[in-house]
Design a protein around this ligand. Structure first.
Ligand SMILES: C[S@@+](CC[C@H](N)C(=O)[O-])C[C@H]1O[C@@H](n2cnc3c(N)ncnc32)[C@H](O)[C@@H]1O
Length: 291
């Protein structure tokens, strides 16, 4: 089991979808399907219950058989996760409408990734959990297969709240430290994930774009915020020098304002396409080094 419940992934999906940079998602998809001669195979890493599949459907990844006359091509989804319960849920939700291959695999061993023929590798809310060496190994494999990467929703270390509380800064500093701990995939990149992806992929000759994709949570997201707050408080409760009473007071204050206040959690989306012939979207190109 991964520690990511279906309930939590469902709870955050609305905020994730609102946060994603839509132009970048469309750009990733158009690159995937641009060459009629190439089978549009997507490998989604840490797929969970299929959130990337659902997120890309509104920008054109719907199965063609559902849309009479649609120019959309059927995509082949290879969903990769180490949690069989999440993969089974993805199959239950989408197995009848999409072409899905499920792959139970540990991303620590990238040699087993089903990348043969893949045009695009995707992930969401994954790369802040992985280590620098996982990114390096994945980059080498992307180069080997000539595949692009669309990595959405990498936590960037910036969280703000209203109303403010005097402990917010201390809690955030501790949380960002905790985000760098080993989450099962080596010492995690945490808030550095987006920067490291840009660097590794541009060094490998990819054209890389980045776009901000923050969660902007308000009263309508109270249920999610009420889960987020204890999650943060638990993560920072030990080892970061926070006074337990002060932390409890922070948690109580945050929960008391969960239905009326706001919370912004910064993320970024990264798109990296091989070579230099890619067409920029509405987001900013951050690196373009010649191979
Ligand atoms: C934050 S969840 C994101 C899930 C999904 N992409 C989404 O956005 O809803 C991280 C996912 O990575 C998977 N995961 C974590 N560590 C993994 C590992 N070592 N190997 C394979 N999958 C892993 C988890 O099971 C989970 O589905």
């Amino acid at each position: 089991m991964s520690g990511f419940s279906v309930a939590w992934l469902d709870l955050r999906e609305g905020a994730d979808n609102a946060a994603r940079d839509k132009a970048m998602a469309a750009q990733a998809l158009s690159w995937l399907t641009a060459d009629e001669a190439v089978m549009p195979i997507i490998v989604d890493l840490g797929s969970g219950t299929g959130s990337t599949l659902r997120a890309l459907s509104p920008v054109g990844a719907s199965p063609a058989r559902d849309i009479p006359g649609s120019p959309t091509r059927d995509l082949v989804w290879r969903l990769v996760d180490h949690d069989p319960a999440l993969l089974n849920e993805a199959l239950r939700r989408h197995g009848k409408t999409h072409i899905i291959e499920d792959h139970e695999a540990d991303l620590l061993d990238l040699t087993t990734l089903p990348l043969a023929g893949a045009r695009l590798v995707t992930a969401s809310a994954l790369f802040d959990l992985v280590s620098l060496s996982v990114v390096d190994a994945l980059t080498a494999r992307l180069v080997q297969h000539g595949a692009g990467l669309y990595a959405a929703l990498n936590y960037d270390g910036i969280t703000t709240w209203t109303p403010v509380h005097p402990l917010d800064g201390h809690v955030l500093a501790a949380f960002n430290q905790d985000q760098r701990k080993n989450k099962g995939l080596g010492l995690a990149l945490g808030p550095d994930a987006g920067d490291y992806l840009q660097m590794a992929l541009s060094r490998a000759g990819y054209t890389v774009w980045v776009a901000d994709s923050p969660w902007t949570l308000g009263p309508a997201d109270a249920a999610m915020v009420k889960e987020l707050i204890p999650g943060i408080a638990n993560a920072v409760a030990q080892g970061y020098g926070l006074n337990p009473d002060a932390l409890q007071e922070w948690k109580d204050f945050r929960l008391a304002h969960a239905s009326t206040g706001t919370c912004t959690v910064g993320h970024n989306d990264v798109l990296a396409l091989p070579g230099t012939g890619a067409t920029p979207g509405a987001f900013s190109e951050v690196s373009k080094e010649q191979p």
